[in-house]
Design a protein around this ligand. Structure first.
Ligand code: HPA
Length: 266
């Protein structure tokens, strides 16, 4: 199936081949004049790719040239909590690797556990706690899954451009689909989690096992359950916060792309 998908895309794209794959979290979209659209492909047309179940969002992959850099936006992320298997959730990573793409940028919406982080904070994920406990049979998937060199370059650029480093933290991935209880959030905090969400980990692990370099960023859309003012978390608020802070995530994605280019040149 992966071979069929790669063949389908190669036939469609000819010489065009993505160097960086991007997966964006809830409510976050890629936009801007610096992304020149090359193609859009509905997920349902790509052999073997699962189609997201969220109403009204069939999902599509969008190919862009960002300057000279070919990037592929993998829209239509599917989640374990929709009933998908690890294989289904990570099919996009397999296809990217099959196309010869070597780098992935993952983003997500997350609850902030670390005190002081407000909604809108963008955090680079340094490490993760896997409470999705799906296991991965793929060989080669141990150790930290994010690329330290790429992360370092992003921090150097953040210091230069903003005068400060990007926040960093540990992401706890839970199965969902419900938000955590306040007691669960306290447990996660004691275990060292700074963020909590329901995606990203399986994709990052798969990318690592396929020898792709990955970096990941969380957009804090809400204080994790029991740590903020609101009584109950609500998916619509999370989506709205994602839309409101989209530009901040895109700024970090652009920075990661620029650092990829620097990486490729050096
Ligand atoms: N918990 C889990 N996933 C999330 C949250 C949260 O608080 N916010 C956005 N995604």
């Amino acid at each position: 199936m992966i071979d069929d998908a790669c063949q389908f895309l190669r036939e469609r794209w000819g010489d065009w081949c993505p160097e960086v794959g991007i997966v964006l979290g809830s409510g976050i979209q890629l936009s801007g004049d610096d992304f020149r659209e090359v193609d859009r492909v509905p997920c349902r047309d790509i052999p073997g790719l699962p189609v997201p179940s969220v109403e009204g969002h069939a999902g599509e992959w969008a190919a862009y040239d960002h300057g000279d850099l070919p990037v592929l936006l993998l829209g239509g992320r599917v989640h374990l909590y929709e009933g998908h298997s690890v294989e289904a959730v990570t099919t996009g990573m397999e296809i990217l690797a099959g196309l010869g793409c070597g780098k992935v940028i993952l983003t997500n919406a997350a609850g902030g556990i670390r005190p002081g982080w407000q909604p809108g904070e963008v955090v680079m994920i340094r490490g993760h706690l896997d409470f999705q406990l799906q296991g991965m049979i793929t060989p080669g998937g141990s150790g930290d899954v994010f690329d330290p060199l790429w992360q370092e370059r992003i921090q150097i650029r953040s210091r230069r451009d903003d005068g400060s480093e990007l926040a960093e933290g540990v992401y706890a991935g839970l199965p969902g689909p419900t938000y955590e209880t306040p007691a669960e959030v306290q447990m996660l905090r004691k275990l060292g989690a700074d963020l909590v969400g329901m995606s990203t980990i399986q994709e990052a692990r798969k990318a690592q096992s396929l020898r792709m370099d990955a970096v990941a960023f969380s957009l804090v859309t809400n204080a994790a359950a029991g740590t903020g003012d609101s009584e109950e978390l609500n998916h619509e608020e999370v989506l709205q916060a994602g839309r409101d802070s989209r530009d901040r995530v895109l700024q970090v994605v652009r920075r990661a792309l620029a650092c990829h280019a620097a990486d490729a040149e050096s």
